[in-house]
Design a protein around this ligand. Sequence first.
Ligand SMILES: Cc1cc2nc3c(=O)[nH]c(=O)nc-3n(C[C@H](O)[C@H](O)[C@H](O)COP(=O)(O)OP(=O)(O)OC[C@H]3O[C@@H](n4cnc5c(N)ncnc54)[C@H](O)[C@@H]3O)c2cc1C
Ligand code: FES
Length: 249
Amino acid sequence: MLQLTKRVIENTEIQQDICLISISWDKDAKPGQFVMVKCGDDTLLRRPFSIHSISDGELKILYQVKGKGTKFMQGLKKGSSISIIGPLGNGFTIPRDTSKALIVGGGVGIAPLLFLLEKLNHRGIHTLSLLGFKEKPFRVEAFEKFSKTLISTESGTYGEKGTVIEILREINLKGFDIVYGCGPKPMLRSLRELTDKEGIKCQISLEERMGCGIGACLSCVCMIRDKNGWSYKRVCKEGPIFWAKDVMI
Ligand SMILES: Cc1cc2nc3c(=O)[nH]c(=O)nc-3n(C[C@H](O)[C@H](O)[C@H](O)COP(=O)(O)OP(=O)(O)OC[C@H]3O[C@@H](n4cnc5c(N)ncnc54)[C@H](O)[C@@H]3O)c2cc1C
Ligand code: FES
């Protein structure tokens, strides 16, 4: 376990309560891995965040302001120090025979998918991204650098009206070798059902409340199937990425 004190390079609110923080960084990581961030002296438990991207000595986290911890993060100024543990977790698998991949993200769940998309792009894998938002999209331009990107909003203000699953239903899944998803649980459930029905491989990133982030407290367990049947697995240690067909959601 690596506990690192890093420096904030930039911390911007890109839309109401959606922020992007850049932190000095010199470690490698796999897409899908996460970091645990210390959110002030009076917040005992660190908070988990996916790695949004790593480049040019910077790690980016895309975060939604929800409660005490993320409010603290929002207040961090350029030059402040920040304590991080990571990278943690398993990361996405890219099977060797992959030539076409579909990315499906909902809300701030798009966070780990950008780093993955960069990696897929470097490996010459053709991609299509479907991103769904409630009202106003964010970070779409970052995805568009690497893939054709379709968006939906529940309000219908931008892109297709409805959820990202509605766009997904119009897509021929058989044209893809694998689907990667991250977002709210109902979205992941539909993704699992649709990919199962079409027999397409699908990996999802799970978000459970975490205590330690390193496999010690068991607060993040969820039911996962392996060759021995269903059992509890730690999202922070055996995950957060799982094959969708093996997750009870
Ligand atoms: C592996 C992993 C990766 C994550 N990556 C990101 C990310 O990239 N960007 C991002 O914005 N968020 C991410 N999250 C969720 C993030 O950790 C929580 O939003 C954050 O811990 C909330 O802290 P808080 O102190 O601000 O809110 P709290 O005061 O702790 O809680 C505020 C509200 O948020 C809910 N909440 C808290 N933790 C979680 C959680 N883990 N999952 C779902 N709801 C939660 C609570 O139920 C409550 O309603 C991730 C979670 C996990 C497990
Ligand atoms: S958060 Fe403690 S075991 Fe996963």
